[in-house]
Ligand binder design. Structure first.
Ligand SMILES: [Zn+2]
Length: 317
C-alpha cells in the first residue's frame, strides 16, 4: 500500500503505491524502543542503549537509518527525539517505530496515528482519500499547538522536531496570508480550553453546547474532520448527560461512536465503552449533575438516530 522514499528537505517519507480510500488501516506496528514521555533528551542514550542491544542486527541498522534532525546531539538522542511518538494522547510513554516513525508531519494531514492499547500497537489510518503516489502524512501536534496561528505553530514545530514545516497548509498559508485558517484554529483552541476546563459545562451548558456546534463547523472548514469529530461529539454527550438530557446524550454518544468507527473501524479501542453510553448514557460519571435538561427515558422521545438539525442542538424549545 505504501513505500518509503526520499523527500526533498525532509529525509524520508511514506508514499501511497495505490489509491487509499479514507478510513483504511494503512499500518499496525509495535515500537522497537520506548521511553518515558517527559524524560530529558540527555537521558535518551541511557534509556535506549539497553533496548537496542536486544534487537537484531537488521533492526539496529534500521534504527540508525531513521531521520535525525538534531545535528548537535549524539545520534541516539537525535534519532529518538526526531522519531518518538506518544503512545496515546494522554500517554506517559513514547515509542520509536521503524515504519510508523517514517511518516512526515503535515498541519493538514491525510492520515492519523492511533495507539491501540489493547494490542500495544500504533495504527495509522487514512482520514481522507489518498491518491496513488501522494505522500501519506500525519499530524504530530498536540491540540494546543495545532490551534496556534501559522507563524507560532511553525516556530514550535522547529523547536520540538527540528524541521521547517513545508506542508501544503504552511506553504499556501504563507502565500495567502493565512488569515482565515488562523482565525478558525485560534477559535478552535479557545473552544477546546473553554469546554475542557469543565466549569462552563456545569455553569452554562447551553453556551458549551453551541460551542461544540461551532467547533464542528470550523473543523469541517479546516478539512480536519475525522479524528477530531469524535471528541467534539463526546463533549456534547457529556454536556447533555451532565444536565439530565439522556435523549440527546445518547444521540451524541452514537455520533461519537460513528465518528470513531469511521476512521478506526469496528475494532477501535474504547469503542465498546462508548457504545455502552449510547445504550445507557446515565451510566457516565457526570450524569444528572443537575436535572436542568431532564428529558425522561431514551425510549420516550424516540429521537435516536436524528443526526443534526435544530432539535439536537437545543435551538428550539
Ligand atoms: Zn505545516
Amino acid at each position: 500500500m505504501f513505500r518509503i522514499d526520499a523527500v526533498e528537505a525532509k529525509g524520508n517519507g511514506v508514499f501511497a503505491t495505490q489509491p487509499i480510500p479514507a478510513s483504511t488501516l494503512i499500518l499496525s506496528e509495535a515500537p522497537i524502543v520506548t521511553i518515558p514521555k517527559f524524560s530529558h533528551q540527555e537521558r535518551y542514550s541511557t534509556l535506549v542503549l539497553p533496548q537496542l542491544q536486544n534487537l537484531s542486527a537488521v533492526q539496529k541498522r534500521n534504527f540508525f537509518e531513521l531521520n535525525s534532525n538534531f545535528q548537535d546531539m549524539r545520534p541516539i538522542e537525535s534519532i529518538t527525539k526526531t522519531n518518538a511518538i506518544p503512545l496515546g494522547s494522554a500517554a506517559s510513554m513514547g515509542g520509536v517505530f521503524l515504519k510508523c516513525s517514517r511518516f512526515n508531519h503535515s498541519c493538514t494531514a491525510n492520515a492519523a496515528y492511533h495507539w491501540n492499547e489493547d494490542v500495544e500497537e500504533e495504527k495509522v489510518y487514512s482520514v481522507r482519500d489518498i491518491d496513488d503516489g501522494e505522500e501519506i502524512t500525519v499530524n504530530y501536534l498536540s491540540d494546543e499547538v495545532w490551534a496556534l496561528p501559522g507563524r507560532e505553530r511553525r516556530r514550535q514545530i522547529q523547536e520540538a522536531y527540528g524541521f521547517d514545516c513545508v506542508c501544503s497548509r504552511c506553504m499556501n498559508g504563507q502565500a495567502f496570508g493565512e488569515g482565515e485558517s488562523d482565525v478558525r484554529r485560534t477559535r478552535l483552541g479557545d473552544i477546546d480550553r473553554a469546554i475542557g476546563g469543565g466549569e462552563l459545562i456545569m455553569t452554562n451548558p447551553a453556551k458549551a453546547l453551541s460551542m461544540c456546534r461551532e467547533a464542528l463547523e470550523l473543523l469541517h472548514k479546516e478539512e480536519e474532520a475525522a479524528p477530531r469529530l469524535e471528541s467534539v461529539y463526546y463533549d456534547a454527550f457529556q454536556i447533555c448527560i451532565c444536565h439530565g438530557d439522556v435523549v440527546r446524550g445518547s444521540t451524541f454518544a452514537k455520533l461519537a461512536v460513528e465518528a470513531k468507527r469511521s476512521w478506526q473501524g469496528d475494532r477501535a479501542s474504547g469503542l465498546a465503552k462508548m457504545e455502552a453510553f449510547v445504550r445507557n448514557p446515565a451510566s457516565h460519571g457526570l450524569a444528572f449533575h443537575t436535572k436542568k435538561w431532564y428529558s425522561g427515558s431514551t425510549r420516550a422521545a424516540g429521537r435516536l438516530g436524528q443526526k443534526d438539525g435544530e432539535w439536537l442542538w437545543r435551538r428550539t424549545g
